[in-house]
Design a protein around this ligand. Structure first.
Ligand SMILES: [Zn+2]
Ligand SMILES: [Zn+2]
Length: 885
């Protein structure tokens, strides 16, 4: 067998297909662009989906790629398999060659066979293939082109050998190349064959023949230009070439295991449990490194949650190996060393990856320290409350997961150990509620309202020319007038409706910038523009209210934008770009814009970041932005090709689709972004910049609200006034306020201490008084009575004090004020097996019209009937006597 390294196999694969007229396409991000249905890129064809569907034309018809992939299914048992087998991975690289309506089955079979047998020199006599049961063409081609005997071309059914992109769309039969590892590997059963689930017959390469389109009714129609999509896992191919029994022993992953061996001072192969942990860490380190480098941040939902689960599983296995010091960053570092040849962009993320790995590891340490005791308390609690199967309630599970960040797997594992069940159904309900909330939040940014039929009609024939970058006033014609969602001839004074012009200076709401307002005027007409939107590409719609006269179709109108409103909006928009750039410089380039609002009176900027922004960082950001304003740098706008813009480092709003020609807005040496909005000519026009708030809005998403120009000045002025007024009230000067407040706090604390001492003294006196009236009930000391001027906390303290004094016995205390009764019952530990404080207090409180409960040794209750308090206290000995027998 050949001894190609993983790196050599990558090279040979790309060069082989390049020689055969394929365009080499670089791996795209693990985060699929423009495909919200998919969490991660999970196959080589994902970036080409649009090409297969005919929606995304490319200058080539043959392509070859090695695509980074991440696969973690929703079921959490799936992740649990990784590390326990020879071939399960979260992260892997997929080798693939593609034909978009170019060559078909014959080409795919010839290339696949040639690559494996000639380029990689795998012995032909150990290769098998499978074909779809009806695919006579493929079966015949395999035998004719490769000389494979017919008994090594196996026909299988739809489950194994038919592929589809989705419920509808391209689909077709597929064919798999299989390598026989020989009888020494695998189950060894006499029935072992190509369909056996064991490791002997390894599926190396899947060739998909996309030849049909499936419609909604399930009918297959042949595609005019059938296509090819193939995929082979690099790790598996490499392991086979190197003759090793598991992917983890190939040179792609083995060095990572060595790193873990060094860190843990343990030997791979010495103990199966340790081996699992080492494989888990090796696999997960790769996934973590690539996901972080591609901009995913750990969080409690979506992609970020998948990443966090992987991360924490790696950390848990680190603990199992005895790694109690941070270790993850050493393994991600090693991944970068190993992968830099294939992914030269990776070292640029080295510091970022290490920092986030470290933060997550630290955070997980806190989780283990703080949340696990909580989980154990909770388990004890549910156990003590039932004699049947104890179940952890969904709301508590969700709290542990959401607030404390305990992974589900870990909760499950510990609960199982303690024989407690988990209400995951209730958990899902809570989770869904939280997701709905964050979805509502995201919705606020997208224009998702239904688009009226009338707009679609207009858009079929008309486009609005937007001239508002240069002009704020111009003559135009009304090409359509709409009222209540229908095209009409006119709208008259007092009426509201929509007007579409042939050309307009009005900016339609997009990219976070609000739509312009202003006026439409004619000889006899005056209409106010309330808002401007773009419901469809190329169609700008003015929402108007007619004040005088009427607007008819084809009418000439003077369109004038409200200039002062536009001006302040423009200042805020340019400032938004400066904030974005400053955030990336100060917090790190993992910061990504999630949304923004650019209004005349303020700007709001939402971005991905792992924690709150500190006050010091806020100040730094303000200073950096203001420095750029004072330098009065020019703001330039250029049109260029998308790839050129990206090559220059322009930031694109993640998830947006751009055309080939894009508009690039830049501030020299500081900010460069794709943007369609309106901007100042120079930064100096913005005048002043001030951050008003920084908050979190959803998991892993922070929000900054800020002000510019006069708004910023007003804000500072207001703050100054409030400070001066506070100083006046404190009879002090503004700069001396903090000191004065400190002094006030000190004296308050001294007073509190004094109150505390007096309360303790009073408590001791009350305790003495109560003890005088202690009684014996069936040999048990009972102290029962009313304590005046006590709140619930003081009552508890009093109960503790009495418990200490009597050593063994029962205490029942009551207090009443404002028509309410408070109860505390305490039982010393030696008696809790005979008497339950919770049950006792519940019974007593019910006499005063209330209820309550608690632990066997201490419980509290309330009541709303103080008149019954004395009677209830008198009944205490009787109730205790009954409970004791
Ligand atoms: Zn087998
Ligand atoms: Zn912008």
């Amino acid at each position: 067998m050949s001894r190609w390294t993983g790196g050599e196999i990558r090279e040979r694969f790309l060069r082989f297909f390049e020689r055969n007229d394929h365009t080499v396409v670089a791996s795209s991000s693990l985060v699929p662009v423009g495909d919200p249905t998919l969490l991660f890129t999970n196959a080589g064809m994902v970036p080409f989906k649009g090409v297969f569907l005919g929606a995304d034309p490319r200058p080539y018809r043959r392509a070859v790629s090695i695509q980074k992939c991440l696969r973690v299914s929703g079921k959490h048992n799936d992740l649990e398999n990784v590390g326990r087998t020879a071939r399960h991975h979260t992260f892997f690289e997929m080798l693939g060659n593609f034909s978009f309506g170019d060559y078909f089955k014959e080409g795919a079979i010839e290339y696949g066979w040639a690559f494996l047998t000639r380029e990689l020199e795998l012995p032909a006599n150990r290769l098998w293939v499978t074909v779809y049961e009806d695919d006579d063409v493929a079966s015949e081609l395999w035998q004719r082109l490769t000389g494979l005997p017919s008994d090594r071309v196996v026909r299988l059914g739809e489950k194994d050998n038919f592929w589809s992109m989705g419920e509808t769309g391209p689909c077709g039969p597929c064919s798999e190349l299989i390598f026989d590892q020989g009888p020494t590997i695998g189950c060894g059963r006499p029935t072992c064959n190509i369909e056996c689930g064991c490791d002997r017959y390894l599926e190396l390469w899947n060739l998909v023949f996309m030849q049909y389109n499936r419609d909604a009714s399930g009918t297959l129609t042949p595609l005019p230009k059938p296509s090819i999509d193939t995929g082979a896992g690099l790790e598996r191919v490499t392991a086979v070439c190197q003759g090793v029994k598991s992917n983890f022993e190939s040179d792609l992953i083995r060095p990572l295991i060595e790193t873990v061996e060094e860190l843990s001072q343990k030997q791979y192969g010495a103990d199966e449990k340790d081996d699992v942990s080492m494989r888990v860490i090796a696999d997960h380190a790769r996934a973590v490194t690539f996901a972080l480098a591609d901009g995913v941040l750990p969080s409690n939902e979506g992609r970020g949650y998948v990443l966090r689960r992987i991360l924490r599983r790696a950390l848990r296995h680190g603990r199992l190996l005895g790694l109690n010091e941070p270790f993850l960053a050493s393994t991600t570092d090693k991944v970068i060393d190993l992968m830099t040849d294939a992914y030269p962009e990776l070292p640029a993320s080295r510091a970022h990856v290490a920092r986030l790995a470290w933060i997550e590891e630290d955070r997980f340490g806190i989780v283990l320290r703080e949340a696990l005791p909580r989980l154990h308390d909770l388990i004890q609690n549910v156990k003590s409350q039932t004699t049947e199967q104890a179940i952890l309630p969904g709301s508590k599970l969700f709290e542990l997961y959401d607030t404390y960040g305990v992974p589900r797997d870990l909760i499950d594992e510990i609960a199982t150990e303690q024989s407690v069940g988990c209400d995951w159904g209730g958990f899902e309900t809570e989770l869904k509620r939280q997701r709905d909330m964050s979805r509502a939040y995201l919705k606020a940014f997208g224009d998702v309202q239904g688009v009226a039929e009338a707009f679609h009609d207009v858009a079929k024939t008309r486009r609005t020319v937007f001239l508002g970058y240069e002009r704020v006033e111009l003559q135009a014609s009304a090409v359509a007038v709409i009222a209540d969602g229908k095209q009409v001839d006119r709208i008259i004074a007092g009426q509201e409706g929509e007007v579409i012009l042939d050309r307009t200076p009005f900016y339609a709401e997009s990219g976070g910038q609000v739509g312009d307002t202003g006026y439409l005027r004619g000889d006899t007409v005056l209409a106010e523009v309330l808002d401007t939107k773009r419901p469809l590409t190329g169609l700008i719609v003015h929402r108007v209210r007619v004040n005088r006269g009427e607007i008819k179709r084809d009418q000439r109108l003077l369109a004038s934008v409200d200039v002062s409103r536009r001006d302040t909006t423009v200042k805020n928009h340019t400032a938004t770009h400066l904030v974005h750039a400053a955030l990336r410089q100060i917090l790190g380039d993992h910061v990504r814009q999630e949304g923004s609002l650019v209004a005349p009176d303020r700007l709001r900027f939402d971005f991905r970041h792992y924690g709150p922004v500190s006050l010091a960082e806020i100040t730094q950001i303000e200073e950096m932005v203001n420095t750029k304003l004072w330098a009065n740098l020019p703001v330039t706008v250029e049109e260029m090709r998308l790839d050129e813009a990206l090559a220059r480092g322009a930031l694109a709003f993640f998830g947006d689709k751009y055309g080939d020609e894009v508009r690039v807005v830049s501030v020299v040496d500081f900010s460069i972004e794709l943007c369609g909005g309106t901007h100042t000519k120079a930064t100096g026009e913005i005048g002043l910049f001030k951050i008003a708030h920084e908050t979190g809005v959803a998991a892993g998403i922070r929000r900054i609200e800020a002000l510019t120009g006069p708004g910023a000045f007003q804000h500072l002025k207001r703050e100054g006034e409030v400070l001066r007024e506070s100083a006046d009230r404190l009879k002090s000067k503004p700069l001396e306020v903090p000191e004065k407040v400190d002094r006030l706090f000190d004296s308050t604390r001294a007073l509190e201490r004094e109150v505390q001492q007096l309360r303790a003294k009073l408590g001791a006196e009350i305790a003495e008084e109560l003890l005088k009236h202690a009684t014996q009930v069936a040999g048990v000391t009972v102290v029962a009575g009313q304590a005046e001027r006590c709140d619930q906390r003081a009552l508890r303290e009093l109960a503790d004090r009495l418990k200490a004094k009597i050593g063994s016995g029962v205490i029942v205390l009551a207090t009443s004020s404002d028509g309410r009764v408070g109860w505390v019952a305490a039982v010393t530990p030696d008696l809790t097996s005979r008497l339950h404080a919770g049950k006792l207090v519940k019974e007593i409180a019910s006499i005063t019209g209330g209820s309550g409960g608690g632990r066997p040794d201490l419980a509290e209750a309330g009541g709303k009937n103080p008149d019954e308090l004395d009677r209830a206290l008198r009944l205490v000995p009787e109730l205790i006597k009954r409970a004791l027998t």
